[in-house]
Design a protein. Structure first.
Length: 309
């Protein structure tokens, strides 16, 4: 089983541990300096000279530690975040282009057909012919309306406000199954969706969308399982596909790929809510994306509105 690194523990995996290491090393270095200072020649034993030597030795000893434990990880973190933002902007532009194509190719054509059809109604030979053409136009309008609703659901999960999280996930799984002809098995525990903040609900909904899209586009999945559970004061979402899987090195080598951007987006959503994301995959045996989000975390102060359980 190959596991991609959990970016919730990347670079500054444990700030407390880094702090303890730095303080412990500072204590050891300062102790060594204090024992070594009396061994200096008499001309260096003056109070000012001792202070300068003490400060200089401590700085020289601690500089590499701070560089390796703090500066380099921070630089890598900032570079990774910058690259991720660039990738997300690219993905956003691609998504806008896709929506524009959908509006032009699908809805635009339907509206054009409606306009042409309305003219044929005006020139119908008799009332029966006009009624027949009106029925055809009604069906066409229904198709266009369905397309508009599909696009609207993709842009903003209004179904969350209407029917809450469970119904929203059920709807997105049904739409995905109908569009891609890939069976989706959904398991949601009764208490998993109770009393979640709007931010958690929206993030879980988007993560399901992203994980399903990744499975369809990049995994060649023959089936997908989506589960949502709640335990240990956390809500855990798991999406498992029966697809081709991948090796960690493959994903790292294609950092600009759409699949990698999707996984990075999922991680960022989890981290934003104080959660974590684990991705397990094995070549030929599928992929599991697991996201755990604490019910009490950094999102509390940002979004306090709760749905009634």
């Amino acid at each position: 089983m190959h596991t991609t690194p959990d970016h919730s523990s990347h670079s500054f995996a444990d700030p407390t541990r880094v702090f303890v290491l730095v303080m412990l090393l500072a204590f050891i270095v300062e102790g060594a300096i204090m024992f070594g200072l009396p061994l200096l020649p008499e001309w260096a034993q003056g109070p000012l000279a001792l202070d300068i030597i003490d400060a200089s030795l401590l700085t020289l000893a601690m500089a590499p530690t701070v560089w390796w434990l703090v500066v380099l990880p921070m630089r890598r973190l900032l570079e990774a975040r910058g690259q991720l933002l660039h990738q997300l902007f690219q993905a956003q532009e691609q998504e806008r282009a896709r929506i524009a194509r959908d509006l032009h190719d699908e809805i635009g054509q339907h509206l054009t057909a409606l306009l042409v059809g309305l003219k044929t109604v005006e020139t119908a030979a008799n009332l029966d012919v006009a009624k027949q053409r009106a029925d055809e136009l009604r069906e066409l309008a229904a198709v266009a309306h369905k397309e508009v609703r599909r696009l609207a659901r993709g842009l903003r999960p209004g179904v969350l406000e209407e029917l809450r999280l469970q119904a929203a996930i059920e709807r997105v799984c049904e739409d995905f199954q109908a569009m891609h002809q890939i069976p989706v098995q959904l398991n949601i525990s009764p208490a998993a969706c109770d009393n979640l903040t709007t931010m958690i609900e929206t993030s879980l909904y988007r993560i399901v969308q992203e994980a399903l899209t990744n499975a369809a586009r990049h995994a060649n999945a023959t089936g997908i399982e989506v589960s949502l559970e709640r335990y240990d004061n956390k809500v855990t979402l798991r999406v498992t596909d029966r697809g081709q899987g991948f090796h960690t090195s493959d994903v790292e080598a294609t950092a600009q790929s759409a699949a990698t951007i999707g996984l990075a987006s999922i991680r960022e959503r989890a981290l934003m809510l104080g959660g974590d994301c684990k991705i397990h995959s094995e070549r030929g045996k599928g992929t599991t994306v697991q996201v755990s989000i604490p019910l009490a975390g950094p999102h509390d102060g940002k979004d306090t509105r709760l749905h009634r359980g």
